[in-house]
Write a protein that binds this ligand. Structure first.
Ligand code: UD1
Ligand code: CA
Length: 467
């Protein structure tokens, strides 16, 4: 790949979003829309320059040193924005210009644009699209023989120009010297008093450069996000694209419309995603799993043959053949080894469970290191917090933790030890020992029977009174 630069315009305020967050940081399928644009640009460019302005610090914090930045202090228009990147542009060759708010453009589209640009030896190639409703976009104006003449913005267009349905997507390839010359001559003599990048087109034609278009095959990919309605539309289109790729790769989606998978999430073959499943962040899921319904998984690494139903998991490592849920909550730094079973209403935080261990119902495990084949009964609680500090609990292999017991950390339960139900354990239990901590049971002979007889007599009396 030749060293081509891309300039991505992202300095605008995005007023119509009505948001505290800079427009280009609004996420679509889990990633800021600008990140999608950067990813696409990287397919044909090795150097990415982002023009930042409004809330530029936030944008820079997010992308850090993965790209170069140019600053546009005042937002005086798209040509003015490109001008701020002038010193970073190469001395010769071509430059790709994109808007930070067109997140659906694909690598294939940009490759097609580059091909047209090269084959025609153009000074500028515009990525255009034919749309059913061109409102708001710049229109591509052609002469009688079909050659591009100029781009006219909505606000500057006359009624005839407004009727044109071929629009400028805001993505272009320029020969850099033509671009430099045009930028130095663009004025702001228009309805918005802005320096329009689109005016460079007519100027380049005046200089004798070749200008043409590359038509987008699917106009929906040109969608520019200016408000929350378009944000939702972009989200839906991107989700459809991701879901289609998953299905093509051998993943079953029972209901693609209600399955939400972030860009970059990996799912292997023969895994089934049930409705209302959300897979987010850096999640990787193996093959032959069943995930959902109603499940939210964020930043997890999940092995093969895992079943997770009606549950929430964040930042966990889950090995093969683990079953989770319904209604489990797995919190960050939880590691479940092969074949672990986590049942209903179980919460696990920052703990590891060895292979074959079971926490089948109603339990809390926090800051614990649990060995293999351990059985933790219903209602068992690891008391990991003393109000000030968190403490560790260690449970050895094959230990048995009875129902409703409390393990008060820091505490160690030895290998194969047995904690009797209802015990509050605050001292270590040696390997193989039985720990029981309960008060003595007292049985009062006949007391229950007498109680019942009294009750029956009372009922008889009240019935007689009513008669
Ligand atoms: C622009 C194009 C229009 C095209 C449309 C495609 C111009 C004049 N118009 O219109 O032909 O159909 O995109 O979506 O170029 N920006 C800056 N600095 C500025 C102004 C804008 O960085 O001073 C950035 C914005 O953050 C945004 C991009 O440039 O990412 C486009 O700006 P926007 O105001 O959304 O332009 P449109 O009116 O959509
Ligand atoms: Ca726009």
């Amino acid at each position: 790949m030749e060293k081509m630069a891309a300039v991505i315009l992202a300095a605008g305020e995005g007023k119509r979003m009505k948001s505290q967050l800079p427009k280009v940081l609004h996420p679509i399928c889990g990633r800021p829309m600008l990140e999608h644009v950067i990813e696409a640009a990287k397919s044909i460019c090795s150097e990415i320059i982002v023009v930042v302005g409004h809330k530029g610090e936030e944008v820079k914090n997010f992308f850090a040193d993965t790209v170069f930045y140019a600053e546009q202090k005042e937002q005086l228009g798209t040509a003015h924005a490109v001008m701020q990147a002038k010193s970073l542009l190469p001395a010769k060759g071509s430059v790709l210009i994109l808007c930070g708010d067109t997140p659906l453009l694909t690598a294939e589209t940009l490759q097609g644009l580059l091909q047209t640009f090269k084959e025609t030896e153009a000074a500028a190639t515009i990525l255009s699209a034919r749309v059913p409703d061109p409102y708001g976009y710049g229109r591509i104006i052609r002469d009688a023989s079909g050659n591009v003449q100029k781009i006219v913005e909505e606000k500057d267009a006359d009624s005839k120009e407004r009727a044109v349905t071929e629009i400028n997507t805001g993505t272009y390839l320029f020969e850099v010297n033509y671009l430099r010359r045009a930028l130095s001559e663009v004025n702001n003599d228009n309805a918005q008093r802005e320096y329009y990048l689109t005016d460079c087109i007519a100027l380049i034609l005046q200089y004798g450069g070749i200008v043409n278009t590359h038509l987008l095959s699917d106009y929906r990919l040109a969608l520019g996000v200016n408000d929350r309605l378009q944000l939702a539309e972009a989200q839906q289109l991107m989700q459809e694209r991701i879901n289609r790729q998953l299905m093509e790769a051998g993943v079953t989606l029972i209901d693609p419309k209600s399955t939400y998978v972030d860009a970059g999430v990996q799912v292997s073959q023969d895994t089934i995603l049930m409705p209302q499943t959300f897979l987010k962040g850096e999640t990787r899921i193996g093959s032959g799993c069943v995930i959902g319904p109603n499940t939210e998984i964020t930043d997890c690494r999940i092995g093969d043959g895992v079943v997770i139903r009606h549950s929430v998991a964040t930042g966990c490592i889950i090995a093969d053949k683990v079953t989770v849920g319904p209604y489990a909550h797995l919190r960050p730094e939880t590691e479940l080894k092969t074949g672990v079973k986590i049942g209903d209403f179980v919460e696990i935080k920052k703990s590891s469970l060895g292979s074959g261990s079971k926490v089948a119902h109603l339990a809390y495990i926090g800051d614990a290191q649990v060995g293999q084949d351990v059985n933790i009964g219903a209602g068992a609680i690891v008391v990991n917090y003393d109000g000030q500090n968190k403490h560790q609990t260690i449970i050895g292999d094959e230990a048995f933790i009875g129902c409703n017991s409390n393990l008060v950390a820091p505490v160690k339960i030895g290998k194969g030890a047995f904690v009797a139900a209802g015990s509050t354990i605050a001292r270590d239990v040696p390997e193989g020992a039985l720990a029981i901590e309960r008060t003595q049971q007292v049985n009062k002979d006949g007391l229950a029977r007498r109680f019942l007889e009294k009750k029956a007599a009372k009922n008889d009396e009240s019935r007689q009174e009513k008669e």
